[in-house]
Design a protein around this ligand. Sequence first.
Ligand SMILES: Cc1ncc(COP(=O)(O)O)c(C=O)c1O
Length: 371
Amino acid sequence: MNRPAPVSSRLPEFTWDTLDAAAALAAAHPDGLINLSMGTPVDPVPPVIRQALADASDAPGYPLTAGTPALREAVATWVARSCGAGVDGLGVLPTIGSKELVAWLPTLLGLGPGDVVVVPSICYPTYEDGARIAGATTVRTDSLTALGPDPRVRLVWVNSPGNPTGRVLPANHLRKVVDWARERGAVVASDECYLPLGWSAAAEPVSVLAPEVSGGSYDGLLAVHSLSKRSNLAGYRAGFVAGDPALVAELLKVRKHAGMIVPAPVQAAMIAALGDQEHADAQQERYRARRERLLAAFTGAGFTVEHSEAGLYLWLTRGEDCWATVDWLARRGILVAAGVFYGPGGAQHVRAALTESDEHVAAVAARLAQP
Ligand SMILES: Cc1ncc(COP(=O)(O)O)c(C=O)c1O
């Protein structure tokens, strides 16, 4: 009997498993392992959000895939304020965190074999995973002009501020991507989960929905957002997509059939999170302080920090193979992600996350200061 090849055979090995040896080495440090390899929030969920979740916990009925009217309004208001987008005609839809949308978007949009998904040259691996799940082809590039008039490009991912590089794409760059895609009928999906975490006025993150990028139209545009980092909600799985109303309506139709529904208590928690800027500002200040400390510590230890002007990571190099750097840090009990996880262009870099406690960040600085 000929069984179809398993879908997992289209996907690479789970990259984090390749860090096991470095993790064991770091764990052998007398003062223990400090994990900067993941961008997982460590600070508490703000009380205002926990209360909203608790208050909505009596939820026996099925929730709305489209989100409650109150959630849709909260999302639209937040997008208008934070992305500079207008509310009129904007399509919005809650998602179960943003990773599931990233991984399923090519499939939900009907892409398949022969279709091309463009992803940044160094990027979050799930863009490529999503293309592989759909059976589509991935092209890694930061320069669309290098692609030529390829009619098969159906989806272009951009990610600013970027993971892992912390790079911010200026509005004129994003505008060119939008124009290029619109000319070819391709969708631009802009992963903006780090948008609220800019560190420099000179490199202010800009949304694809901002008028200077969108030209005042949402045509062909999807902005993908997450509350995981802004509001410490990675454990809740709370994200949303906003943009082209026709595309969002199509996603909703398929997601209703597929049961991709955000739980009702999480929808209520999202409303509270989106309506409260105070906790987000406080969290950003925590990350700002950790970033400054880690930036000084790594620079002082001879690392070069590239980009990293926004987002939750430092993109670091010692001008050597990334595994040598991973090993060098592991011997000091510090675990980081190997740059090669994010594409061949990252082979000489490592990524250090800002998501560790103040105490651990201070310990990293102390360990790096030792000869
Ligand atoms: C660039 C990028 N997009 C999406 C995600 C997924 O985030 P979540 O599923 O928690 O919303 C992450 C997580 O780290 C990320 O770095």
